[in-house]
Design a protein around this ligand. Structure first.
Ligand SMILES: [Zn+2]
Ligand SMILES: [Zn+2]
Length: 344
């Protein structure tokens, strides 16, 4: 079969790879019909992440089920499904607790589309993808949910949702989201407004991101310098990936509030103002999203029209253009689609 492979910085081309087959009675084979860029794909393609090549790209996807094992009960051949980007079983202790990113039935950090760092699962810009635990990892899309709207449900949409929804128990009246023209911060903005936070602010050093956030209804704060005063907020969402900005963001949190971070600080020794956080009772949340655990809830929110991800700066291109679409970020979200019988 044909796959899109990254063999060096911005070196993207179609390659031949073995077609996957059913590995067990609980597995499925899915033919991707829509694949989206994850925010991580851009630095990955640019060679800015410590991930070895080659990488078969793509891990946010919707596809059609083409084969199922004898024990698969919740999906059928022909179903249109969105698939979690982290393989997980649904039965082990971490999966039962909802920490599906730490599933013990698969190798640690199992993921599609990031090369050997994620294991031997391949990527989604491919003719077929093997799904090891179909009932747990696939959610059938309702007819009213477009594939291009649901394509990020298994990753960036779930990541944005968890930046906002779990913290609503503290009834935040204000939220500050910091990030660039990327999908997680802008989806978080959509969720913050849709889930009823009164005052939604967006901070960025990127003019294009601020313009877009303003169109989506946020108060915009230009980040000329990392130590700029931004105000006080009950909830602060860090999608900025800037260690020097993190102190500023944490200092913006009102007493008893939360700073939720979707950033990956690869350098690993970022300091936190722990004494100040202690005195103010500020919590800091970090960690990988639990893709399978969120999938049903995200699809239900899309079905009910709570958010429309397509309001965020998104491009949709033909599948054949994937090598150029994924070479460089032009929009917050880039999607390629393969239209086979109008199913996209
Ligand atoms: Zn991702
Ligand atoms: Zn598991």
């Amino acid at each position: 079969m044909r796959v899109l492979q990254l063999t060096g910085p911005k070196q993207l081309a179609w390659h031949e790879a073995p077609t996957p087959s059913l590995a067990s009675d609980v597995a499925a084979i899915v033919r991707p019909i829509a694949v989206a860029s994850c925010d991580l794909d851009w630095p990955l393609v640019a060679g800015e992440l410590p991930f070895p090549y080659p990488v078969t790209l793509g891990h946010e996807f919707v596809g059609i089920v083409t084969d199922i094992g004898d024990e698969v009960a919740r999906v059928n051949v022909g179903d249109r499904v969105v698939v979690a980007f982290q393989p997980s079983c649904g039965h082990c202790a971490p999966c039962r607790r909802g920490t599906t990113s730490a599933c013990t039935s698969v190798p640690k950090t199992s993921m599609y589309g990031v090369g050997s760092v994620g294991g031997e699962w391949g990527g989604a810009i491919a003719d077929f993808v093997a799904v090891p635990f179909a009932d747990h990892m696939c959610v059938v899309l309702p007819a009213n949910v477009k594939s291009v709207a649901a394509v990020s449900a298994g990753d960036n949409l779930a990541d944005a949702h968890r930046m906002i929804a779990p913290h609503l128990v503290k009834a935040p009246e204000s939220v500050l989201i910091a990030g660039g023209l990327a999908s997680i911060p802008l989806y978080a903005l959509l969720f913050a407004k849709a889930l009823g936070i009164n005052e939604v602010s967006f901070a960025s050093a990127e003019r294009a991101a601020l313009d877009h956030a303003e169109q989506l209804g946020a108060n915009c704060l230009e980040l000329e310098k990392p130590d700029r005063r931004l105000g006080r907020f009950d909830l602060v969402v860090d999608c900025a990936n800037q260690a020097e900005l993190l102190h500023t963001l944490i200092r913006c949190v009102n007493p008893g509030g939360v700073c939720a971070s979707a950033s990956m600080y690869f350098e690993g020794d970022v300091k936190l103002p722990l004494y100040e956080m202690y005195m103010k009772g500020v919590s800091f949340h970090t960690g990988r999203v639990d893709s399978s655990a969120h999938l049903n809830e995200i699809v239900a929110l899309l079905r009910d029209g709570v958010v429309d991800p397509l309001l965020v700066d998104t491009s949709i291109d033909d599948w054949e253009h994937a090598p150029t679409v994924f070479a460089e970020r032009r929009t917050a979200k880039a999607i390629v689609v393969r239209d086979e019988g109008g199913s996209v």
